[in-house]
Ligand binder design. Structure first.
Ligand code: ARG
Ligand code: ZN
Ligand code: CA
Length: 241
């Protein structure tokens, strides 16, 4: 697959307060960020240091807003155990996960910005979950995570990307060849270069933990790993059929 992959998104807004019942404008602002980040048309791409400039990739995935589902809830927060994905728990059931990216926007709590399910797991919980104040760039958003990059990061996981440090020490791979080895996340807005494991960390990658304004690229290797899930026999093959 070398051409554009089209992914329609279903956004489930599960709200307890009026602020959490985010506007359609806020939702569209998030879809816009995804479309820029996955086509390398984000304006901050120009900040990529020379060392990484030639591996900065156009993933070439296009997202569209298919539908918005709104569910009022008495629950102030949800945690990370997928309960928001079931109407029987007061949440909202997944819709056609074979062909649609399901995004649940609800208060996760515990300072967690978002979380994702990797490809190949249960269809009933397939998708990503984002807290409303970290979703999109307009409306009820909270700096420094108000540039929509939490969703870009979680969609990266949904397409099989690991964190750039592989969630382990210098020998733990992220299964992507062109991302330099690291042994832990970077936070805030690091000044290049950040040396770890005898190489410069790619702290400006979407799969690190830096602030939204300080992450602005995927690599060619990450692009190949993400697009592989849509290949014949791959776990998200049904999206391109
Ligand atoms: N799963 C990560 C968390 O909740 C998301 C990190 C996203 N980072 C960001 N700059 N938006 O901590
Ligand atoms: Zn992550
Ligand atoms: Ca690597």
């Amino acid at each position: 697959v070398t051409d554009t992959i089209a992914i329609p998104a279903i956004v489930h807004v599960i709200y307890n307060t009026e602020d959490e019942n985010i506007s359609e404008e806020q939702i569209r602002s998030q879809i816009d960020v995804l479309n820029k980040d996955f086509t390398k048309t984000n304006t901050d791409i120009s900040q990529v240091p020379e060392e990484f400039a030639e591996i900065a990739s156009t993933v070439n995935i296009h997202f569209s807003l298919d539908s918005i589902i709104r569910v009022s809830s008495t629950r102030p927060s949800w945690g990370t155990d997928d309960q928001m994905k079931f109407s029987s728990n007061g949440g909202s059931d997944v819709i056609t996960p074979e062909t649609h990216l399901n995004i649940w926007v609800c208060a996760i709590g515990g300072g967690i910005l978002g979380y994702a399910q990797f490809p190949g797991d249960s269809a009933s919980t397939d998708g990503i979950v984002i807290s409303p104040q970290f979703f999109g760039t307009k409306g009820f958003v909270s700096p420094p995570f108000d540039q929509g990059r939490t969703t870009t990061h979680e969609v990266g996981h949904w397409l099989n990307l690991r964190h750039i440090w592989g969630d382990g020490n210098c020998t733990q791979d992220d299964f992507v060849e062109d991302t330099p080895a690291s042994d832990g996340p970077n936070f805030g807005c690091p000044v290049y270069p950040s040396v770890r494991c005898n190489s410069n960390d790619i702290t400006m990658n979407y799969m690190d933990y830096t602030d939204d304004a300080c992450m602005y690229m995927f690599t060619e290797g990450q692009k190949d790993r993400m697009r592989a899930v849509f290949a014949e026999g791959g776990p998200r093959e049904s999206f391109v059929k």
